[in-house]
Ligand binder design. Structure first.
Ligand code: SF4
Length: 422
């Protein structure tokens, strides 16, 4: 989501005559796009801003700004914590950035604009994209779920879906410009259009009809809202890729309740089983948090049990950290850092073995790949992704980047497959 926001901001600034600088040294304006999901990211951000003092001394006219979730959560306090900052731009104010920067350049004032967190974004369609063949498309913003550990509903506001016609228009344009793959983004894509007479599956059906685009991905699905209807659409719509990201967070019902996730382990496993029945070749990935307040070894064992039962292709694993004003901050953060580290290692090791087994079964099989990169040292070492979102490394010509190729899988590790063009 943040990557797409950065691109969007770059696009609107470029439409106003700004150019992308090659380095911070060369820039007249530096904007930090921030994430506040974990405290570590926040601390690193403020330290990175502080590191610019030498540059600012050399170039007193340099404008330094902050956007994204930390900007929204800190507002004026960000100016106090980071004296080098000239402006703070909240998550709903990005389209105001040309005006904010213009005012600062004119008056040399410090500004905070963070008053539009619950508003729908203006539908502006800047052409700029970082990539040329695959890209992100936001279908909505905000979240109404208030999982107890999560800051997103506070910094991204209440759930707002973009109008389907604007999404279709954007993707249609991308298809006509040669883009082949889109990743639809939303904090909870499955609640797209709720209360507005439409839904996510209807949107997928419309996007599937568009020319040019050959692969459609989406992220993230909340287990309480993902449905059989969605899995059937993934099976029946030829462009929708067979990869479901379904965050588990914990395999303990007690912890899930404290997290306010609104499903049980039984619900989750039933859903995963339905997905496997409908899409036997499909991949399923997840997010897991360890060290949530009061988590015991028994809770961790239950999480491991679910990991094994669901057979995740991969998992993003995190240590819990309190994110005020999220509700879990009221609970005592009573799992020590050392224990969180140990538990994280435990589940990472287990996930590694699960993924190794799953990937080993792919050896000898064919796969269609969208080539997405080549090595900087050896440009003939290519990488790409299968429809199930697995990374494949193989030898080929660098001009294949951005194209589809068929490969045969030769070997596998927990993290990637090695293949050969056939
Ligand atoms: S669904 Fe929960 S974890 Fe995801 S963004 Fe919303 S509140 Fe955060």
């Amino acid at each position: 989501m943040n990557m797409r926001d950065s691109e969007y901001v770059m696009g609107i600034l470029m439409d106003r005559g700004f150019r992308k600088a090659k380095s911070a040294d060369e820039a007249d304006v530096i904007i930090f796009n921030s994430c506040s999901v974990r405290k570590h990211a926040e601390d690193k951000l403020f330290s990175n801003i502080g590191d610019l003092w030498k540059l600012k001394k050399r170039k007193p006219g340099l404008v330094i700004g902050l956007m994204g979730c930390t900007a929204q959560s800190y507002k004026d306090a960000a100016l106090e914590r980071a004296p080098l900052l000239d402006f703070v731009c909240g998550t709903g104010n990005e389209s105001d950035l040309p005006a904010i920067i213009g005012d600062i350049l004119k008056d040399r004032c410090r500004m905070v604009a963070a008053d539009k967190v619950n508003e729908k974004k203006h539908e502006i369609f800047p052409a700029y994209r970082d990539e040329t063949f695959k890209t992100f498309v936001s279908i909505g913003e905000g979240c109404n779920n208030f999982c107890s550990y999560c800051i997103v509903p506070y910094v991204r506001g209440k759930e707002r879906s973009r109008d389907a016609k604007d999404i279709i228009r954007e993707i249609d344009d991308l298809g006509s410009r040669g883009f082949k793959e889109v990743m639809l983004l939303g904090q909870n894509v499955n609640s797209y259009g709720r209360g507005e007479g439409t839904d996510f599956v209807k949107l997928l059906c419309e996007i599937n009809k568009l020319k040019g685009i050959e692969r459609i991905r989406f992220m993230t699905s909340h287990p309480k809202d993902a449905s059989i209807k969605l899995f059937e659409a993934m099976r029946d719509l030829d462009k929708v890729c067979e990869h479901l990201h379904l965050p588990l967070q914990s395999g303990s019902d007690r912890i899930l309740k404290l997290m306010n996730r609104k499903y049980t382990v039984k619900d989750y496993l039933k859903l995963a089983e339905s997905y496997r029945k409908i899409l036997p070749q499909g991949a399923i990935t997840t997010d897991i948090i360890v060290g949530f307040p009061s988590e015991t070894e028994k809770d961790l064992k239950e999480t491991v049990k679910v990991m094994k039962a669901a057979g995740f292709d991969s998992a993003y694993t995190f240590k819990y950290s309190p994110r005020p004003p999220a509700r879990s901050c009221k609970l005592k953060d009573n799992v020590s850092e050392a224990l969180k580290d140990k538990r994280l290692k435990t589940i990472m090791d287990i996930q590694c073995r699960i993924a190794e087994d799953i990937n080993a079964r792919l050896i000898g099989q064919p796969a269609g790949i969208l080539v997405d990169g080549c090595g900087s040292k050896d440009p003939r070492k290519l990488t790409g992704r299968t429809r199930t979102n697995k990374v494949v490394v193989f030898d080929g010509r660098p001009d294949l980047v951005g194209k589809f190729v068929d490969v045969k899988i030769l070997s596998a590790t927990p993290y990637a497959l090695k293949g050969k063009i056939v």
